[in-house]
Design a protein around this ligand. Structure first.
Ligand code: SN0
Length: 317
């Protein structure tokens, strides 16, 4: 495995989930694999869970870790080609990627969508330059189009809690004050569909996601209908994909509350965090015993460690 951006980079999801659950039981069995190897984590955007869980996962694998806030701790990076670099950006991504690839055996990158240029975002403009110029395996720590370590952790969490083989999993849009990227809902849809769940996506009109990620899901504008008999409710805000990056609604009637949760089959409540309380979800729901948000975050170590293990094993060969 030399890149991890999507569920498509995983040959056998079922096997990967089994491996993750085994790693969770015995997290320190594989320290030899990462000895004398360095993980580099590069952040173009803020992070709490991704930063700490990826670092912990790498340490569990016996690796050393270098973490850097790009554009803050170092030189500002130019990511476009053919520009006259006469502004405040002192270093080009091409050299930066080449150099970092000499210091690190695996590189993780967080680079959110800019939400202005759909084509540029959906080409994974920044991560793809690191894949091209670093010469080492690259992990998305949330790129412009996906957040695969989050979605993998979410699938692990569902596997641990599901009571039927094919649970009904509902991804619901919820209101937020800012325009947010599509990475989390894209990956959640892609991974839960690949896992074989019954996936329903509910959102107001105009919030259709890119079909490449949602094929196989049922899509509805009726949130209450979607919640009926659901086993898991996954709330998330995203901006419009068709009206790229725009906020079309701040409708608080889409907030997940106890009345809606009572339509479900005693569903688990899920969110990737950070979450805006009483916008996305009511205090009552997130503070209830049905809330799985802390468990999802705990499983971020497990998902990251499983991917690092796969990458280290393929480097050894
Ligand atoms: C990011 C997103 O992709 O939606 C990261 C989620 C893991 N979330 C935010 O940027 C939320 C920021 C806010 O203001 O609430």
């Amino acid at each position: 495995m030399n890149q991890f951006l999507s569920v498509k980079d995983v040959p056998n999801l079922e096997g990967l989930i089994r491996e993750a659950l085994a790693i969770k039981k015995h997290p320190h069995l594989f320290e030899h694999l990462g000895q004398h190897k360095t993980m580099g984590c590069l952040f173009f955007n803020s992070s709490l869970r991704t930063r700490m869980s990826t670092q912990k996962a790498a340490v569990n694998m016996g690796m050393d870790v270098i973490v850097m806030n790009i554009n803050e701790d170092g030189w500002k990076i130019e990511t476009d080609f053919g520009v006259v670099m006469d502004g405040d950006k002192a270093e080009h991504i091409k050299e930066a990627a080449g150099v970092i690839g000499r210091y690190c055996d695996i590189i993780g990158i967080r680079a959110f969508a800019g939400l202005k240029d759909k084509e540029k975002d959906y080409s994974e403009h920044i991560i793809s330059q690191f894949i091209r110029y670093s010469g080492v395996p690259v992990i998305s720590l949330e790129g412009a189009t996906g957040h695969p370590l989050q979605a993998f952790a979410d699938v692990i969490t569902i596997e641990e809690h599901k009571k039927t083989r094919q649970p009904k999993v509902v991804l619901t849009w919820a209101p937020h004050p800012r325009a947010l990227p599509h990475a989390v809902p894209n990956s959640f849809a892609e991974w839960t569909i690949a896992a074989g769940y019954e996936v329903v996506i509910a959102h107001p009109e105009g919030y259709e996601l890119d079909e490449r990620f949602t094929q196989g899901a049922k899509i509805t504008y009726d949130q209450k209908e979607a919640f009926k008999d659901a086993d898991f409710i996954y709330a998330k805000n995203w901006s419009s994909y068709t009206h790229y990056g725009e906020i079309l609604s701040r409708d608080l009637s889409w907030t997940v509350d106890s009345a809606k949760m009572s339509l479900t089959r005693n569903a688990g409540f899920m969110h990737c965090l950070p979450v805006r309380r009483n916008m996305i979800v009511s205090d009552e729901v997130i503070d209830s015993p049905r809330s799985l948000v802390i468990e999802e975050a705990a499983n971020r170590v497990v998902s990251a460690q499983t991917i690092l293990k796969r990458m280290l094993e393929s480097q050894k060969r």
